[in-house]
Design a protein around this ligand. Sequence first.
Ligand code: ADP
Ligand code: MG
Length: 250
Amino acid sequence: MVRADRVCKNYGALQVLRGITLEIPRGQVLCLIGPSGSGKSTFLRCINHLERVDAGRLYVDGELVGYAERGGKLHELSPRAAAKQRRDIGMVFQHFNLFPHRTVLDNIVEAPVLVKKVPRAKAVAQARELLDRVGLSSKADAYPVQLSGGQQQRVAIARALAMEPKLMLFDEPTSALDPELVGEVLGVMKELARDGMTMVVVTHEMGFAREVADQLVFMDGGVVVEAGNPRELLANPRQERTRAFLSKLL
Ligand code: ADP
Ligand code: MG
């Protein structure tokens, strides 16, 4: 579903991604860990068209992200074509970014109706199903401010799912939550994984990574330092940098 081949990204002289190579097969979950500033968010943002890759190739579902290749040369996609690619990718951020002046239901219905032109009644029915799935059936008419952080994040997940994405990106989805609310969000994500969603999750919840991820990737300084099966990697990190990072987490 995702293939990164020596992906590089610079901000001016700052090399943030220095050749990221990895693959995520369809239906699998990859957890991405690494110190602050190592480029994790930038990598997700490249997948989601929020940043442009400067070198290397990035593919989602076999399609080059943001570019078309013709005669061996890369051409930037038109905004319209890029928007079409992006529509299939859901993203959930640390801060939930719900529309504060809309109800929970309207938050979820908005994108399918406006972007995908789904008839409103159908979008509402789908939104209610999604709310049920994230355990918030009773909150359809509430406003975000009336919900806990964990509930808001579950609405944000439902909102992303409403676009029927083929790939979900999570950037530290539980970092802003009070500890007692983390579990309910991870629970929803775990079920999503069980249902076969392809997911990239930046998280420092190692219990989740151990239980749910197919791959665990440790990034530092814009490169993949170490990657592998989460249980093996956590039990037996091969690289000193990985060991040092993990010892600080525990
Ligand atoms: P992480 O998510 O692993 O903490 P980021 O991807 O957010 O790391 O950031 C990686 C590096 O890129 C940091 O040094 C950060 O300051 C820098 N950076 C991120 N976004 C920008 C930007 N828009 N302009 C300039 N520098 C940026
Ligand atoms: Mg980040």
